[in-house]
Ligand binder design. Sequence first.
Ligand code: SF4
Ligand code: SF4
Length: 477
Amino acid sequence: MADEINMSRREFLKELGLLGVAMSAAPAAVSFRPDEAAGESWDAPPQAWRRPFWVKEVDKPTMEVDWQQMKRYKEHHTVRRGFTLYVSKEESDRLAAQEEENLARWLREGKPGYSLRDIAISAAQDYQRNLIPMSFVGPIDEVSTPEDRGVPKWEGTPEEAAMIVSAAMRHFGAAHVGFVELDPNTTEKLLYDEDPDGKRIIISDDHDYPEETEDARYLPRSGRWVISYTVQMSQETMFRNPTELGSQTTAMTYEKGRAIQNKTQAFLRSLGYWAAGESQTNALGIAPAFAVMAGLGEIGRLNRLITPEYGPMVRTFKMVTNLPLAPSKPIDAGIMDFCRRCKVCAEYCPSGAIPTATEPTWEVAGGWNNPGHKTWFEDAVKCRTYWRYVGTNCGLCFAACPYAAKDKAIIHDIVKATIGTTTIFNSAMARMGRFAYLDVPPYGPNAEPVPLKDADEWWTLDLPEYGIDTTRGHRNA
Ligand code: SF4
Ligand code: SF4
């Protein structure tokens, strides 16, 4: 592993030579024009969402799914809520005490990323996120319906509906928007059986509107369409994980996700429809799974969504609506194939939570995983235990992923296009990826938190609003 990372400049140039070969091989598979390398798809008809030519729509996701084996899952069995299902109370208490001690010491020492100014920015994000409510049923009294206004509800084809919902949500701040039609034998199983707070989600034939009681949330069966969306995270702060500075990125992104949900629920009610939302963070259904079915990205080795445009630098969310929406299709951008060779996230994971096996498996790593899909299942207890050590979340796997690299340079478009059209250069590309932008070598288990980039430097950067570049991703700004 160390040999792969300590590639010499001569070897790097040799790999660049290979890339030249890749470039000449690519036209065999696709029409490779200079302007296509800049990431646009020129032959596509006008539509709400244009993607690069190497992002291919497919009938089934690149991750194999066994719908027979899959059951609706209880969210509170994830380690996010159910850590103590998998470790003893004594161990949990020990980790909590260790976390408190580490954070206090690093604050006193002014450790980069853990100093008072880093804690202050983190507290600011938490404060604002917690101010924004989330609701399963959405606005009822606060937003007028078409009936209230004395006009008929909005009508259009599912394609037109998909277009206007996507346009509105992009305007509200979503990075990707896609749609899944619920089927009782397949995609409906991606809705949680029980929410994070233990309330059952009951799919009901007797309800016309979503309803919440003491112990259940009723989702009308007329709600057949899932809206899946992402919100971009700031790469420059994620590169400074695991620190207070890095981890506040998550709170900031969830805050935006909540705001988008509220606005979309109000938008749909104003059109004459309803949208059931997440009652709290990560409620309602398995967000990355819906995102894969909607074609927003593929599942990668780190068992999270990797998008062609922003890599793993997104958070994913979902809602269910009764407005008929034209489903979007899963994609194949070569990402899962590339993960077989790459393994960078596993090498950089300080807790050893990410598998290094070349092939994905059907075997889950523990009760925190939902069976029925073939992936690289993470040891989530190891991951969470490391979080308790660093006192924040971690996200080193996100930051180290080659798809997280900023792709203004044309070389990144060429690399992603090559990966998306042929697998034969994946090993070379994986080695190049490490050499090109990872200065910090992989960590050992339980390593002291050392970000991939200098945490103090972040305060000196001149970054765009929210730290994200919304003109990336091949859309008109
Ligand atoms: S968040 Fe950190 S500890 Fe968890 S899997 Fe990613 S790199 Fe490993
Ligand atoms: S770091 Fe490499 S193996 Fe891991 S998710 Fe990203 S592309 Fe896949």
